[in-house]
Design a protein around this ligand. Structure first.
Ligand code: SAM
Length: 189
């Protein structure tokens, strides 16, 4: 049983996935979103760091990276895998305050592994507003959605919400080898 599977059994709503994202989905998340040229990159809900590895492969040496994860039980695994990277045990909605605390004006690229489908509409709005506040004009945001969830009414509502919040929204190809199959929303402010 993976650490994420155990967390799913303990906290199904905040974990939102039985398995960590596959290398196929993680690679898609880190692609075509501008990590290579970004000065500040933030990951929301990294869990044990399945996607983090692929983000860090593309990050410039001089660039800033940090993560925000609500579930303190997964922090030791993340810290062991990425000892030189900062992770805050906070809700993603506190991103603007964390940037301010670090003296950073904005995050150029924000990647999310957050379980949007388990969130209430109010929590989705709270976190999307925080993301928008943290991005500069033209800044990029990537998040994934499970294929089966995206065609349900809540998934369709979330897609509409992304289109309301961002000036451009694109979808990636489907990562069929992920469990369950998923795709990436790429959004620009
Ligand atoms: C579906 S798991 C994804 C883990 C990993 N990114 C992956 O793709 O395998 C969702 C993660 O988001 C975290 N999370 C849920 N709500 C959060 C919030 N409000 N702020 C930050 N992290 C949150 C969960 O604890 C969990 O680690």
């Amino acid at each position: 049983m993976t650490n994420l599977t155990m967390q799913f059994l303990r906290k199904p709503l905040t974990t939102g996935a039985i398995c960590p994202s596959s290398p196929e989905l993680s690679r898609l998340m880190a692609s075509d979103i501008g990590i290579e040229t970004a000065n500040v990159v933030v990951e929301l809900g990294p869990g044990t760091g399945a996607i983090t590895r692929f983000i860090l492969e593309k990050l410039q040496k001089k660039s800033v990276f940090f993560a925000i994860e609500l579930n303190e039980s997964v922090l030791p695994v993340f810290k062991e895998r990425f000892p030189d990277r900062d992770i805050y045990n906070e809700s993603a909605s506190h991103l603007p305050e964390i940037l301010e605390h670090r003296g950073l004006p904005a995050a150029d690229v924000i990647l999310s592994g957050l379980p949007w489908a388990s969130f209430s509409s109010a929590l989705q709005d709270e976190i999307l507003a925080a993301i928008l506040k943290a991005l500069p004009d033209g800044g990029a945001f990537a998040t994934f959605a499970y294929l089966q969830g995206a065609i349900l009414p809540t998934g369709i509502k979330f897609r509409k919400k992304l289109k309301q919040y961002f000036s451009r929204v694109e979808t990636s190809r489907i990562a069929w080898m992920n469990l369950p199959p998923a795709f990436v929303y790429r959004c620009w402010k």
